[in-house]
Design a protein around this ligand. Structure first.
Ligand code: WT7
Length: 634
């Protein structure tokens, strides 16, 4: 395997690669795919039809992604560190695993799964905090061809149950509890509560983390450390078809319940490694740190898979940025000599608010490249990151992508292509974005704004939504014929750089976490005394967007604080603590059209405090309710 195939190191390389990828996409991607270990070569690089949608990459190819993450490196990198795990509490010892050690643990965990009857194609739900066993569990599933569905530990028992049931998972992998800053929180008991509603689950494998005694259901629940002793460390990898599902990851959309985005083995492998190496300009001796949780796509692509595929050393962090104080990130950067640091704008804004006293004690001299992901980064935060963390010498890559895209699609490449604050900037070679008007006409000029679509597939595009292919078609491929629609609006500047503006649908992005307004509304409506609700996003200094809820109650609200408390409880129970509304305004009615549709535009303007630009309200069923809403604004 030649390490440098397709590596883009200069601006000329970038131009050449982009040209190649447009003129001959199949040749371009085949060269990338040749870098990996395949049991059988593919017959055809690509088959695609966006109208169905039906997309297949490396058709007929056979592989196992974990052989490419682990076995492939053993000869040259067996003793290289794969994972440096930094615990929540800095006083606790960190853990280092070489590629060989990680390989052995993944094989052993895979044997535990097999021992408990998990087979290729079974769905395994992973509900775990950021401990090494989380990555090991994910890779163990992939090793035996089981489809993992990781659910972020901040989701409630109800959300967990919904996801388990949608995927008909047979097995749940969890821990006893978790540490989060100064707090200890339950995990297993949340699983127990969820499983009361999940008939398909036969086994629960529990990792010990906090040392709590938890209830273990006879015949269903087992401790990992006990099972570990019963198996050996040899586990040959299941040979998978390139298009076999690798994982399901649930994400919110503008309607209905979260849907299970499905990624497949071959294309996802090729794209996550390609994007990792090129965006961050990763070199063999670099230490990479992505602060995301493996519960989100960022942690799948740039913790569990991309860095390991590239043979990189990475830091995995269990804790939060503000524990024991707001200098924790920078302390960890110095402690482990991190070279490439990848985080979310919301984290940067929150640390910025804590002041430079938490930054100045650290040298940060190891840093070479900084990255952001998940939401637009405002210029102030960008400059703070550039100046105080990067000391003016580190490029910042503002990486735009989605759960559905599997990997970074638009970003400058560190050092190679230029950067501009708040601009994701350039499509990666192999990615073909376009802007369209609301009626689907391509806008070909520059200095324009439009809806962001992709006109050609890339290897890690989603293939379907679990159990409901039609929903996948409708959500992403039906708005504009022959195009994948991202749901984002974007601008393109005079030179062709993209600047992402944000969602144009009813999706809100709170601290980089994605929620559908409908999903939050239905959780709110579960609270006793609530008749109806409408939720919109509003600009929030730290979170990017906050959640603003307008709620109609049965009769007048006697004790507003009590009612708010009940609503928040309902959201925490229905979705999780990450979706708590920031503002709850009680209203007697909502602005509706004569056909009964809520005019969210008006609610958004009020939440944004743009009271003079509400637009035409004369078509409303009851225009007077707008005055009441304006007056009661929080
Ligand atoms: C939505 C996708 C990609 C992993 C984390 C979020 C927004 C993402 C950026 C960026 C502006 C961004 C978009 C996108 N987004 N990255 N660099 N600049 N906006 O994944 O939960 O699937 O959300 O996040 O609105 O559609 P996700």
């Amino acid at each position: 395997m030649s390490e440098d195939v397709g590596r883009i190191r200069t601006r000329e390389d970038y131009r050449a690669a982009r040209k190649h990828s447009i003129e001959d996409p199949e040749g371009f991607w085949a060269a990338q795919a040749e870098r990996f270990h395949w049991h059988e070569h593919w017959n055809e690089v690509l088959e695609w039809d966006f109208t169905k949608p039906d997309v297949k990459w490396f058709v007929g190819g056979k592989l196992n992604i974990t052989e490419n993450c682990l076995d492939r490196h053993l000869e040259q990198r067996g003793n290289k560190l794969a994972l440096i795990w930094e615990p929540n509490d800095p006083k606790e010892r960190f853990v280092r695993l070489t590629y060989r050690e990680l390989f052995e643990r993944v094989c052993r965990y895979a044997n535990v799964l097999k021992h408990h009857g998990v087979k290729k194609g079974d769905r395994v739900c992973v509900y775990m905090p950021m401990v090494p066993e989380l990555v090991i569990a994910v890779l163990a599933c992939a090793r035996i061809g089981a489809i993992h569905s990781v659910v972020f530990c901040g989701f409630s028992a109800q959300s967990l149950a919904d996801r388990i049931n949608d995927a008909e998972a047979t097995t749940v992998l969890c821990s006893d509890g978790m540490f989060r800053g100064a707090k200890e929180m339950p995990v297993k008991s949340v699983v127990d509560e969820a499983l009361a509603k999940c008939p398909t689950v036969k086994k629960v494998i529990v990792t010990e983390r906090v040392g709590w005694s938890v209830q273990m259901q006879e015949g269903r629940d087992v401790w990992l450390h006990e099972e570990w002793e019963k198996v050996d460390g040899n586990c040959s990898a299941e040979v998978m078809d390139s298009e076999d599902p690798l994982f399901i990851l649930y994400t919110s959309g503008s309607t209905g319940k979260p849907k299970g985005v499905v990624h497949t083995c071959g294309g996802y492998m090729v794209y996550t490694e390609y994007s990792f190496r090129n965006v961050f300009q990763y070199d063999e001796s670099d230490v990479f740190w992505c602060t995301a949780d493996v519960g989100w796509i960022t942690g799948h692509s740039y913790i569990a898979y991309g860095p390991l595929l590239a043979g990189a050393t990475q830091v995995m962090f269990e804790g939060v940025p503000t524990f024991p104080d707001a200098g924790r990130f920078w302390q960890v950067v110095d402690k482990h000599g991190v070279n490439i640091f990848y985080t979310a704008p919301t984290a940067i804004r929150s640390l910025m608010a804590h002041g430079l006293d938490h930054v100045l004690p650290y040298s940060l001299h190891s840093l070479k490249v900084l990255g952001t992901v998940g939401e637009p980064i405002n210029e102030e935060a960008w400059h703070w990151y550039k100046t105080h963390i990067g000391k003016g010498r580190c490029p910042i890559v503002d990486t735009w992508w989605q759960t559905e895209t599997g990997g970074i699609l638009i970003s400058s490449l560190a050092v190679v292509t230029d950067e501009r604050p708040s601009h994701a900037a350039w499509p990666l070679p192999g990615v073909q974005p376009i802007l369209v008007t609301a009626d689907g006409q391509e806008i070909s000029d520059n200095e324009v704004e439009g809806l962001l679509c992709m006109k050609f597939p890339w290897p890690s595009i989603l293939r379907t939504t679990w159990g409901d292919h039609e929903r996948c078609r409708q959500t992403y491929f039906s708005h504009y014929k022959g195009l994948y629609f991202t749901g984002d609006g974007a601008k393109r500047d005079a030179d062709g750089r993209y600047r992402i503006i944000g969602r144009v649908d009813d999706v809100i992005n709170v601290s980089g976490h994605r929620f559908g307004t409908a999903e939050i509304e239905s959780a709110i409506n579960e609270a006793k005394g609530v008749v109806e609700s409408a939720v919109v996003g509003f600009p929030h200094d730290i979170k990017g967007q906050g959640i603003y809820a307008y709620v109609i109650t049965e009769g007048p609200v006697a004790d507003a604080e009590d009612m708010r408390g009940r609503i928040i409880e309902a959201v925490v129970a229905g979705i999780g603590r990450i979706a708590k509304p920031d503002k709850i305004q009680f209203v007697s009615g909502l602005p509706k059209t004569r056909s009964g549709k809520i005019m969210r535009r008006i609610l958004r303007k009020v939440a944004e405090n743009e009271l003079n630009s509400l637009g035409d309200t004369s078509t409303l069923l009851d225009p007077k309710v707008v005055d009441e809403i304006k007056e009661g604004r929080l």
